[in-house]
Ligand binder design. Structure first.
Ligand SMILES: C[S@@+](CC[C@H](N)C(=O)[O-])C[C@H]1O[C@@H](n2cnc3c(N)ncnc32)[C@H](O)[C@@H]1O
Length: 274
């Protein structure tokens, strides 16, 4: 019989510290059930009988850190999540950018890309714009701290809720940019050729250093405390051009943080001109 390990308050405190050390994510002891649910199968797979043994394993084994990060991050996402962001990007930002940079190449960073729905939404919006403005070019960098979820983004195969949502919201784009696969749907190379992928912790400088016109930093700041939010925002600022745009999630605001961004619209901030 398999006895589930119990998570004592002391070990929970150490686990929360380890989550923060490796991801920056701030968890409270109220997350104990979530942590147990996510880590228990890993303990079983490794035949470990206590969370302390698992903590020791993560502390001493770099490869286990990769699994640990996969398990403790939350990767929920959707295609075209938050319609007003996409209305802004497609109808306002892209036409204005193309007018000011004729023949230029727009550089966009999806900075907590999860399984990729956001980055392929960016790519679809850009492709649609390009169909009407053939000289427009774009490149997207997609990054995440979780290796497993970044691999899913790179693969570009979707099923279930993700596909149902885009089938309802943008059926024409689903038909145009995806092909049916045994798994569900597969994103076409037409979109993938514009995307590169990088494993990246937002608390650290992006390597190699690059500058973007737009950084999508959506639904990730909520996981950090104010100190780490400031660090992430500062790092993102280094990767944004002057007159760049930072796009946040619905429940995120940077109003209280001294970060050098100016409010443009709800969820959208700009960097000043040099
Ligand atoms: C809820 S998803 C957001 C996905 C997408 N941006 C969206 O808004 O739909 C949050 C993502 O942030 C990633 N993440 C968490 N901490 C991170 C860190 N320190 N550096 C980079 N990515 C991180 C997680 O792995 C997860 O995939």
């Amino acid at each position: 019989m398999n006895h589930a390990a119990t998570l004592t308050p002391e070990v929970l405190t150490s686990l929360i510290a380890m989550v923060r050390e490796h991801t920056g994510i701030a968890m409270t002891p109220r997350k104990s059930i979530l942590l147990e649910r996510r880590l228990q199968p890993r303990l079983q797979a490794l035949s470990l009988h206590s969370y302390q043994a698992y903590l020791d394993k993560v502390a001493s084994d770099r490869e286990e850190v990769v699994h640990f990060i996969d398990l403790v991050t939350t990767n929920d996402t959707l295609f075209f999540r938050t319609p007003q962001i996409w209305a802004y990007f497609e109808e306002r930002y892209l036409p204005d950018w193309a007018r000011r940079h004729p023949g230029g190449c727009l550089k966009v960073w999806s900075a907590a890309a999860a399984s990729g729905e956001e980055l392929y939404s960016i790519a679809m919006a850009c492709e649609q714009f390009k169909a009407r403005h053939p000289s427009f070019r774009y490149q997207i960098l997609a990054s995440d701290i979780s290796q497993q979820i970044l691999n899913a983004a790179r693969t570009g195969q979707y099923s279930g809720r993700s596909v149902e949502r885009i089938r309802l919201s943008h059926p024409e784009l689903l038909r145009k940019y995806f092909t049916a696969s045994p798994y569900g749907v597969q994103v076409n190379d037409e979109l993938r050729q514009h995307v590169s992928f990088a494993l990246h912790n937002l608390l650290e400088p992006l390597q190699p250093q690059q500058q973007f016109d737009v950084v999508f930093l959506r639904n990730v700041l909520i996981y950090f405390d104010a100190e780490h939010q400031e660090t992430v925002l500062r790092q993102a600022r280094h990767s944004l051009k002057d007159d760049g745009r930072l796009i946040l999630g619905e429940s995120e605001t940077i109003a209280r943080l001294g970060t050098g961004y100016e409010f443009e619209f709800p969820m959208i901030y700009k960097t000043g001109e040099a």
